[in-house]
Design a binder for this molecule. Sequence first.
Ligand code: SAM
Length: 282
Amino acid sequence: MTNKIDYGFGAKNNWRRRVWNTTSKMLSFKKRKAVCLYLANETDIDFQIATQKGFDPNNLIAVNKDKKIVENIRKKKRLAFCGDIFDAARNWPENMDIDFLHLDLCTGLQNRVLETPWNIISGKLSPDAVICVNLQRGRDSQTNEFRDKVINEPNIKSIFGDVEKHRGKLFFISLISWLAHFAKIYSAKNGDGEIDHILISLEPNNDGLYWARFQTWVKLFNNPVFLTYKSKDNRNSRHGVTMDSVIFQMPFQINCEAYSEPTNDKAKNSLKAISAWRTMRK
Ligand SMILES: C[S@@+](CC[C@H](N)C(=O)[O-])C[C@H]1O[C@@H](n2cnc3c(N)ncnc32)[C@H](O)[C@@H]1O
């Protein structure tokens, strides 16, 4: 199930292109219309690649917690939010949806990353938003036990094949297991009998139906893409680090309002200003 790319040179740039290409294909509408929220560093290379690929510069919103990085991006007259990307996703203005959430986290699969599925789901995503999560293999000994359990679980093996150390697969599995554990699905069907509306209830449920629910959730996510590449390690130039990612499309919009964290007014106001600026430029 893994699409392995392992380029010796320019590996990250190849990966970046692959991510924006895969996203264009997964989006169910024209990429020019897609509003993208992405983690950026000072070079903001994703902006360059995304615009080359046909994404609209006015729909690309860079995010970083670091004020200096954000100021530098804004100096280039680009849209940028300063703060936590999950805060941005949860406090998103009503007049736009997030169509692509690009989480180039670059950390190991630490405990706080395992909490991320909830942070993703409670963001204001469009009904079939595309999500990318990129993680480093290693520097995550705190989740050794979790990873061993997942890798050796026969039910996981039968669905995902060999998970080995792939942090993108492990992240995706943690998202599915989170949903299977907490979220009962109530589906509403349209006239053709197709599921077009799904409601979930968030209650821990340890009954024997867990794996059946797990399988149902996996089937709802259509063909996630798993990638791997080697990156230079700034701290140790002789050895590269292995990076794993997953790109998937949300099968539907989940209404988490009742379970959301309190509003962050500072983030909300800043995003309103970004939205107004974006409207003016369009
Ligand atoms: C790996 S870099 C992004 C690189 C970029 N995608 C590229 O390819 O050039 C991630 C940046 O986001 C910041 N960051 C990590 N998690 C964040 C979060 N939850 N909210 C905001 N910024 C975050 C990190 O400090 C880092 O500067």
